[in-house]
Write a protein that binds this ligand. Sequence first.
Ligand SMILES: [Fe+2]
Length: 295
Amino acid sequence: MFEEAQYFAPVATRDDGTVEVELAAGHPGFADPVYRARRNAIAALALGYVPGTPIPTAEYTDQEHEVWRIVSRELAIKHRKYATAEYLEATERLGLPGERIPQLQEVGDLLEPLTGFRYLPAAGLVPLRDFYGVLADGFFHSTQYIRHHSTPLYTPEPDVIHEVIGHANALASDRYARLYRLAGNAARRVESEQALEFISKVFWFTLEFGVMSDQGELRAYGAGILSSYGEIEEFRGMDIRPLDLVAMGTTEYDITKYQDVLFRADSLEHLEDVVGGFWAECDDETVSRLTAQAR
Ligand SMILES: [Fe+2]
């Protein structure tokens, strides 16, 4: 079963119009009323977003900027050791601020001249068909909140650090951005939920958690690894398997812990050939055929 829904805290709009983010009891910010109020306010901003207008500004507190500063600095050190050359070059190209959380509007303003991508605000989980579909048009849905300050190096859910440091840096690469668009085109092309799920799993094991041979060693290009202070130190010790569409599209994964099965591309060309080639051409029929091979 595909369980991405549990990855994001549910967002509810009450009868009186107030917005409430339902954090799980184990969430680092669960018992902090100030953080809970921040989360509700930031979710309300995204829900109030009107497409075609500037993205509402989230007025971050000094404490929130401090979390970004700490994590940005620590991840930049690790990226030099663990990220692919393509990702590192794209990071240079994008030039995200390290001292403060950039607004999503600003992230789009930096990205658009490079690869045409812009950001869209999301309060929480975006339905798969929308999330992937708009990639085809160069839009990336992103949460705006930041993790709780008590655990700057850990988050149980994707926050603005994951969305921007993980994804926007990758989206600043022409070659990775092309793969995101191809995933979007594939999601638009298929009709069945099974095919959509297969495509999203291939995305999960590549653009979220992909690794490849690069500069003579195993390096990461997936946003989930590159935005995780803990996971980035662990991926080389995981169960590393060769890039395989059938396996990626049908392997179950648990989003609540480190990914213990990862798929390695031999090179960026290899990733583009196998995964880009699949997304460029696949339809419901292709996916049924591949799924049957897994049985
Ligand atoms: Fe992600």
